[in-house]
Design a binder for this molecule. Sequence first.
Ligand SMILES: Nc1ncnc2c1ncn2[C@@H]1O[C@H](COP(=O)(O)OP(=O)(O)OP(=O)(O)O)[C@@H](O)[C@H]1O
Ligand SMILES: [Mg+2]
Length: 259
Amino acid sequence: MNATTQAKNKDEAVAPILVYENVRKQYGAFVALNGVSLRVNVREVLCLIGPSGSGKSTLLRCTNALEAIDGGTISFEGRPLPKRDSETRKIRQRMGMVFQNFELFPHMSALDNVAMAPITVLGMRESEARERARALLSKVNLADKVDNFPSNLSGGQQQRVAIARALAMEPEVMLFDEPTSALDPETIGEVLNVMKALAEEGMTMIVVTHEMTFARRVADRVVVFERGAIIEEGSPKQIFENPKAGRTRDFLSHLGWNG
Ligand SMILES: Nc1ncnc2c1ncn2[C@@H]1O[C@H](COP(=O)(O)OP(=O)(O)OP(=O)(O)O)[C@@H](O)[C@H]1O
Ligand SMILES: [Mg+2]
C-alpha cells in the first residue's frame, strides 16, 4: 500500500458518513426542523429521542430524501443529497429504512419480500436473490418462517422480515423509525436483539426510539430533539445519568426513566 492510499484509507475511516449542517424543514409556516447540525460516523449507532412532534421522523425522511429540505445541507458520503428524483432513488437504495408499521408486501411470502428488491432493482438472478434472502431471514432468526405471508407472522416477526428486506440491499446505513413502538411487549425484545446484533457487526445506524434501555445499552451517542432542534447530545451514560438540559431531564422523567 503506498502512502497516498494509506492516507486515503485513513481519511475514509474518520470521515463522517452523514453530515447535517443547519438543516431546516418547513411544512407551510410550521418549522419542523430548525437548524439541525449533526455528524454521523461510519459504524456509529445514534439514537434520537425526544417528545412527540419534535422532528425525529422528519429528520429521517429528509436523510433518505423522501422529503426535500428547505435550508442547510445534508451530505451523504461527502456529497450533498441530490434533488433529482432519479438520483434520490439511488441514494435511497443505499440507506435501509425500517418503519413503525413494517410495510411489508401483504401478498408476498417473507422470502419474496426480502428477495424482491435485489431482483427488480439490482437485477440480481432470482436464484441468487432467494438464496441470500434465506440467509438474511436466518440471520434475523426466521429460518422457519420463510414461506409465511405477513398475515401469518407476529408483529415482531414482520418487523424482522422488514429488517432483512432492508439489509438485502446492502445499505451503508440503516434508519429505524420507532421500529418497536407498534409491537406487543413480548415481541419487542426479539427485534431489539436483532438490532443490537447488527450494531455489533458494525452497521451504521440511526434509531428513533422510545426504548431507553436499548438506547442506554446500544447507542454510541444519544441525540435529544425538541421542537425541531437538538437540545443536547452525548454519550448514553452522560445523557441518562447526568443530562445537561433541564428539558432532557423532564423528558426522561416523563418517560419514567430514573437511571
Ligand atoms: N407532511 C406534513 N405536513 C405538515 N406537518 C407535518 C408533516 N409531517 C410532519 N409534520 C409536523 O412536523 C412536526 C414533526 O413531526 P415528526 O413526525 O418529525 O415528529 P416526531 O418527533 O417523529 O414525533 P413522534 O414521536 O410522534 O413520531 C409535527 O408537529 C408534525 O405535525
Ligand atoms: Mg416520528
